[in-house]
Write a protein that binds this ligand. Structure first.
Ligand code: ATP
Ligand code: MG
Length: 620
């Protein structure tokens, strides 16, 4: 009876706490229910509603009820302690962000429909803050003028607004949700006070926050953006139900999200001989690559998928570099934009359909041969596609560069090489490089192991921004040499409400939630069988007083309900330790103790020992 998810860190949670709180069920609002809305498909959404933590007001909008709000407060306490210890200072920025603030960063355009916009009575437009880089950069611009004031790290815990397309997973993806966002400001990347140092301090603080919550999590490398290097990490709560795919190499400890994950060395060759003839097939109205493969009696792995990209910046499109970049991956793989960017050396985006068609691409039916007929086209071929096709497929199947048609029998040596001629060996036209998302079973980029796939819920994301915002918004200050320099920034987001939901995704059983001690809404629930009975009330009063003096938060179920209902609800709301005060135990001078995570009935404990036993079960 000791299993309460009390981590060693949780121990100090209890000991250092001030006097705990004692609350009575009848004096608070815990509307437990068996009913769940039909759209609540994730377990955390269901349990949040069933345990009376939240109530749905609209799509992606929730009331935080007392029990849920207590968990949020516990998470915020951990965050504040660790942020303050890392040298960050708390402030609060407005949720209403005048749209003019986005002029420099153009993020109102990048965010698109995700941004909530509203107009005031004077016709002025504002956004409801999806995050606060612009607001804080503007603030710092007016408040900081000299290098002597840096470095500085500021954070807030605040409601964010995003018009998410599918806000259907409860607190995992709200349209109004709580986030901790921190921002740091520097004049140097390396050295004392530099971005790297503060980034590492934030990284360590995040690690401590999630370790203290008692969650099982993985830190992964994420797409790093403009500065490069290992400049972005995500904190993922390990859960089967997670939306994010992460890849892990157990041998080396390498972990990355699917956008970022590198793939180890793969052998390739474009020389393998192929079959003589291309055969054209009529393939109209087939849904995607799997449909085409099925129609051709092949598998997706027998096909080459050609995805057309173009430079994202107009200046790159007009330069003498490639105008089009066609990524060629095996049909069962997915092209990866960041890797196509790295391989081609230009920032890319998916090609505009209309422009690509106008240039001659038969979008949906493109083959590598398009590179031979359309000028300034670069091919980036993934090593797994830079092979002879599998023997049973008799050459690769791919597009026919003609609407509604595919070909079979394609090979690099007999079909592309003659069409491209000398260009075939020039890196600026044809490059073989990793350009796809990693999948389970791929070779690890570190230490020769194999990658394994795992699901996760992103609860935190830290990022080296560099001068992205300061340059866009003209935030420059005097450096030591009296020269103006753009300020270097980092940003650090943590989903507070999502952490609550992610905890439930990871910590529950068939009967309800299993709160880790550190963020439980209460530490001990006293189930009072006969609230009106003087003896019962006396024992309850003594226990709750002593527990609260020892720093534990106590919830007393004093409702006039049947025991079965109370026990069911106790399991549902998941307070780590349950104390039952009933006739049978009292007659023997004791109470019944049970850890929520333990199966079976409780244990009879003498009244005088109950508090010490509770605290021990809590790891205090
Ligand atoms: P996602 O890819 O899940 O949409 P994001 O990359 O948009 O997340 P950030 O902009 O990095 O997220 O926000 C920082 C943190 O805020 C995330 O790590 C996540 O924990 C949380 N968060 C983001 N969007 C939501 C949301 N709609 N509801 C709840 N929490 C969210
Ligand atoms: Mg998002």
């Amino acid at each position: 009876m000791t299993q309460t998810h009390a981590t060693p860190e949780a121990r100090s949670e209890i000991r250092s706490a001030r006097r705990g709180a004692v609350h009575r069920w009848r004096q608070t609002l815990i509307p437990t229910t068996r009913e769940v809305p039909s759209d609540a498909t994730t377990i955390s959404h269901q349990l949040c509603i069933r345990a009376g933590l939240i109530r749905q007001v609209g799509a992606g909008i929730y009331d935080y009820l007392p029990l849920g709000w207590r968990v949020i407060q516990r998470i915020c306490e951990l965050i504040r302690e660790e942020m303050d210890a890392a040298g960050a200072s708390e402030l609060l920025l407005p949720a209403l962000e005048p749209i003019e603030l986005f002029k420099g960063s153009k993020r109102d355009i990048d965010y698109g429909p995700l941004l909530f916009k509203l107009e005031d009575r004077h016709g002025r437009v504002a956004a409801l803050g999806p995050t606060h880089e612009e607001v804080i950069t503007e603030l710092m611009k007016s408040a900081v003028t000299s290098y002597k004031q840096l470095p500085l790290t500021l954070y807030q815990i605040q409601t964010k607004f995003r018009d998410e397309f599918r806000p259907r997973a409860g607190l995992l993806r709200g349209r109004e949700f709580l986030m901790k966002d921190a921002y740091s400001f520097h004049l140097n990347v390396e050295g004392p006070g530099g971005l790297d140092e503060v980034y590492d301090a934030q990284h360590a603080a995040y690690e401590r926050i999630f370790r203290r919550t008692g969650l099982d999590f993985t830190i992964v490398e994420a797409e790093s953006g403009p500065i490069g290097g290992s400049a972005s990490h995500e904190f993922m709560v390990n859960a089967e139900s997670g939306e994010d795919t992460i890849l892990v190499c157990d041998a080396s400890g390498y972990a990355a999200n699917v956008e970022k994950c590198e793939i180890g060395e793969r052998k390739w060759s474009l020389d393998g001989a192929g079959p003589e003839d291309l055969v054209k097939h009529h393939t109209p109205n087939l849904p995607g690559i799997d449909g085409v493969a099925e129609h051709l009696k092949l598998t997706a792995a027998d096909m080459l998928k050609c995805v057309v990209f173009e430079p994202a910046e107009e200046s790159d499109r007009e330069s003498d570099g490639p105008r089009w970049i066609v990524a060629v991956v095996r049909g069962d793989h997915d092209a990866n934009e960041g890797k196509v960017r790295d391989a081609s050396g230009v920032k890319v985006k998916l090609a505009d359909d209309k422009a690509a068609r106008a240039a001659g691409f038969a979008i949906g039916y493109v083959s590598p041969k398009a590179a031979a007929s359309i000028e300034r086209t670069m091919l980036v071929i993934d090593p797994d596609a830079a092979q002879a096709a599998s023997p049973n497929a008799k050459g690769w199947a791919t597009g026919a560069d003609e609407k509604d048609h595919h070909v079979t029998g394609f090979s690099w040596s007999s079909d592309l090489a003659p069409a491209l001629g000398a260009k075939m060996t020039e890196v600026r036209y044809v490059k073989v490089a990793d350009c796809r998302n990693a999948v389970a079973g791929d070779p690890s980029p570190r230490g020769g192991g194999t990658l394994r796939e795992q699901r996760g819920i992103e609860v935190g994301h830290i990022f080296k921004l560099g001068t992205k915002y300061s340059a866009a918004m003209g935030f420059e200050i005097m450096n030591q040499d009296q020269k103006r320099e753009a300020v270097i920034m980092g940003c650090y987001g943590l989903g507070v409400s999502r952490t609550l939901a992610a905890t439930i995704e990871q910590r529950h059983d068939d009967n309800g939630i299993l709160w880790p001690v550190a963020i439980a809404p209460y530490h001990v629930e006293i189930v009072l069988m006969k609230p009106e009975d003087e003896k019962h009330a006396e024992a309850c009063e003594r226990l709750s007083r002593e527990l609260c003096e020892a720093g534990a938060d106590v919830l007393i179920d004093d409702r006039a309900e049947r025991p079965g209902v109370k026990f069911k609800d106790a399991d549902l709301i998941g307070i780590p330790v349950r104390v039952t005060i009933g006739d049978k135990a009292l007659e023997q001078g004791g109470v019944e103790l049970k850890a929520r995570a333990d199966e079976g009935k409780g244990e009879l404990v003498p009244l005088g020992e109950a508090v010490a036993r509770c605290l021990a079960m809590l790891g205090a």
